[in-house]
Write a protein that binds this ligand. Structure first.
Ligand code: NDP
Length: 314
């Protein structure tokens, strides 16, 4: 443990649109926030390509570039941005205690949780064994390794459609494995994959096993209508089946729903613990957009500011 414990007014955990927006507002309010980035600085948008739906960018922007802009804007007003992962919290008394990388202890009057969400996996043994050897949850990160090759992607939401389209630009063929007879994705995204001649959609199709000793060689799929199994030769297998919130360290401390999303008091970002606020995907399983995350990040900073003022901590 560090010999001298640092005291801060606002500690922000996470560096996606929610965390950085909270930082912009808190720093402009003179609260000198400290922000810990977590293991994936910039969050989920750093592993996406074009963002076309964030207002203010009429021509779209690349996710990593947008997050770089968010970071610079937060720094411009004095946010201290630090690389580190919060490993433990103790919210039982004021000030709240936060441990970073199992080493540094920080005492914070307010904590803003903006830890986001992470990719889900199918849970197959072969998926885990071949992870990084052809299995990936990020087409944008790993698609390049499969250029000119055949790949498969599982999922039928907007993410799967976006990633299938991305892969089709690089790979020779993309099999899209959809477990039902319809997709969950928005109409525009569905049309994009259906009209792409390099994408073949396999409906009612589930993944039985990913085949290969040291690298992906094929995938064995199962048609839940015809009850037939079938092998498809692919060298890459991408998983795009949604996300789960990164809220494990707050379990039994902060109220959550059954899926681990943090519960906030309606109309606010307040949690069940005084002085602890939650924003972004860590508390939102419905909208999950960069712009809504940024919006709740703003709310969290304003809620923290009001709390500090009411407690005469500023
Ligand atoms: P979603 O939860 O929307 O979709 C997950 C998909 O994976 C569903 O089609 C689901 O199938 C499928 N799935 C889940 N588990 C399995 C499994 N074990 N085997 C096979 N398939 C499975 O997640 P997304 O990540 O796609 O999207 C999350 C949110 O982000 C959405 O609100 C989306 O609109 C938004 N988004 C928006 C984008 C944009 O606008 N540019 C881009 C990307 C995401 P089933 O339908 O059968 O349940």
């Amino acid at each position: 443990m560090a010999s001298e414990i640092e005291k801060v007014k606002v500690l922000i955990i996470g560096s996606g649109p929610a965390g950085y927006t909270a930082a912009i507002y808190a720093s402009r309010a003179g609260l000198s926030p400290v922000l810990y980035t977590g293991g994936q600085p910039g969050g989920q948008l750093t592993i996406t390509t074009d963002v076309e739906n964030y207002p203010g960018y009429p021509n779209g922007i690349m996710g990593p570039e947008m997050m770089e802009d968010f970071r610079k804007q937060a720094e411009r007003f004095g946010t201290q941005i630090r690389y580190g992962v919060v490993t433990k919290v103790d919210f039982s008394a004021q000030p709240h205690k936060v441990i970073v990388d199992d080493q540094v202890e920080i005492h914070a009057d307010t904590v803003i949780i903006s830890t986001g969400a992470s990719a889900k996996w199918l849970g197959l043994e072969s998926e885990e064994r071949l992870n990084g050897r052809g299995v990936s949850a990020c087409a944008v990160c790993d698609g390049f390794f499969f250029r000119g090759q055949d790949v498969a992607i599982v999922g039928a939401g907007d993410t799967a459609c976006e990633e299938a389209s991305y892969l089709a630009n690089i790979c020779s063929k993309v099999y899209m494995l959809v477990r039902r007879e319809e997709m969950r994705a928005s109409q525009i995204m569905q049309k994009r994959v259906m009209n792409n001649p390099k994408i073949e959609i396999l409906w009612n199709t589930e993944t039985e096993e990913i085949l290969g000793e040291n690298e992906v060689e094929a995938v064995r799929v199962y048609n839940n209508k015809t009850k037939e199994s079938n092998e498809i030769k692919v060298s890459g297998f991408f998983v795009a089946i949604g996300h789960e919130p990164n809220t494990g360290i707050f379990k039994n401390i902060i109220d959550m729903d059954e899926n681990g999303y943090i519960k906030t008091i309606p109309g606010s970002t307040r949690t069940n613990v005084e002085g602890v606020f939650a924003c972004g995907d860590a508390q939102d399983h419905i909208y999950r957009q960069a712009v809504t995350a940024a919006g709740t990040g703003c709310m969290a900073a304003l809620d923290a500011e009001r709390y500090l003022a009411a407690k005469e901590l500023v």
